[in-house]
Design a protein around this ligand. Structure first.
Ligand code: APR
Length: 403
């Protein structure tokens, strides 16, 4: 590391500078390290925050295969739990689908994202990986040339300059990578679905042994196991509702109503330890590249949580990007890097399409929609087709657990 005289900016370099230590950045960091490519990860948050931030938890079968073949799956093999049943509850009753017996016959592995992230970080550090916490990337500069650099701030707020051959933007939707792409160079596809969910994490065991999707006149409710002691719930809410607008008691009452607990089984209540309002949005950049800057994970595309695809796409993209960067840096030619964006966008659009279908399956049309009764009949018919048609169930299973 050198300090340049005039600007007093600390200066350093790596072949690949990775922004962000989420699933995308850490899978990429590990795989580059394994291939002997010099890289550094810059992460805005503290190490403690990165290791404990509760997020998603459903890993698709293909994600597990990616992690296994790259020797990143020790923790999830030991502590992850297989899961393959979802249950739909509507005004017309309830039904279950065991998707391990449908479609491609695959299952999810339930493994809280913070545990996966923590495993990836431990492995990266154990192999001597370089990472700087509390270091915020401000901008990616000169990405349209061969010598991009990252302007960052160290934990004391001092300017740091990282020179690179390539920069990997894995710093999420609000990160510096996206912000650094000049307007008009990359196309942005954006859709606000006009629906919000209050996402909740409860210190309470799952209430039943399936992922639960309830469609109710009050709005959607969801139930997803995280660990034997913690459960994620979702309640559709008014867009813009403050996350603390409802007391814990009101939340459990509303969950019980929408899940029709009095008809089936009582919910297992406990303290709500995390709450956030998430707007269902889709956002895809095309291509996932601007010159020497490549995007992966939420920085590349944002997907609504309705089908739990976000973390799975992040892992897959990181694997593809690692192989392509390594090929290029070893002098094997730029073809793989040139194909990175198109290859990932195929997976991204497929996941977007399914997640969009799930949104329309699980929500009554907004009341403001003059067409809402018509839309609602379509929604009921869609669920009925899923309940009764084996072909529809096979299609659902393949897309639900696949990526
Ligand atoms: N500089 C450095 N780090 C940054 C910056 C910045 N300017 N901005 C954000 N970060 C860091 C965040 O602190 C976070 O640790 O980038 C990381 C991005 O990680 P994630 O948000 O987990 O994104 P990603 O790796 O793409 O994984 C996406 O995880 O749960 C999810 O919904 C999410 O499913 C999606 C998946």
């Amino acid at each position: 590391m050198t300090e340049s005289q005039g600007a007093r900016t600390v200066r350093d370099a790596a072949d690949v500078v990775v922004l962000g230590a989420g699933p995308a950045g850490l899978v990429l960091g590990n795989l580059l390290q394994d291939r002997g490519i010099g890289c550094v990860i810059l992460e805005r948050a503290t190490q403690q925050h990165v290791r404990t931030r509760a997020r998603a938890g459903f890993l698709a079968a293909n994600t597990v295969r990616v992690l296994e073949r790259n020797r990143l799956a020790d923790g999830l093999r030991r502590r992850g739990r297989e899961h393959s049943v979802c249950e739909f509850r509507t005004e017309d009753g309830r039904f279950r689908l065991d998707y391990s017996r449908l479609g491609a016959g695959e299952r999810h592995t339930v493994y809280p994202q913070q545990e996966l992230v923590s495993d990836l970080l431990t492995r990266y550090l154990g192999a001597g990986g370089r990472i700087h916490f509390e270091t915020e990337a401000v901008a990616v500069r000169e990405a349209d040339g061969n010598r991009p650099w990252v302007e960052a701030r160290d934990p004391d707020g001092r300017p740091v300059r990282w020179d690179a051959r390539y920069v990997a933007g894995c710093d999420g939707r609000h990160g510096a990578a996206r912000r650094s792409i000049p307007p008009g160079t990359v196309r942005r596809h954006h859709r606000d679905h006009g629906i919000s969910w209050l996402g909740l994490l409860a210190d309470a065991p799952p209430s039943f042994d399936a992922v639960g999707y309830a469609v109710h006149p009050h709005g959607f409710a969801g139930h997803m196991a995280r660990t034997p002691e913690t459960t994620r719930y979702y309640l559709q809410c008014d867009p813009g509702m403050p996350p603390d607008a409802w007391s814990d008691a009101r939340i459990w009452d509303e969950l019980a109503v929408r899940m029709r607990a009095s008809d089936y089984e009582a919910l297992r209540e406990g303290p709500i330890v995390q709450r956030a309002v998430v707007g269902l949005e889709s956002d895809v950049l095309e291509p996932l590249r601007h010159g020497s800057l490549f995007l992966a994970g939420d920085a590349a595309s944002l997907i609504s949580p309705s089908a739990a695809k976000g973390a799975n796409l992040a892992v897959l993209e990181a694997e593809i990007l690692a192989a392509a960067l390594a090929e290029d840096l070893r002098g094997a030619g730029p073809e793989a890097l040139q194909g990175y964006s198109a290859q990932c966008l195929e997976y991204i659009w497929r996941a977007q399409e399914f997640s969009h279908w799930m949104i329309r399956l699980l929500h009554s049309a907004p009341e403001a929609d003059r067409d809402s009764l018509f839309q609602d009949r379509l929604r009921r018919s869609r669920i009925e087709a899923l309940r009764t048609s084996r072909t529809q169930q096979d299609w659902f299973a393949e897309n639900y657990v696949g990526i």
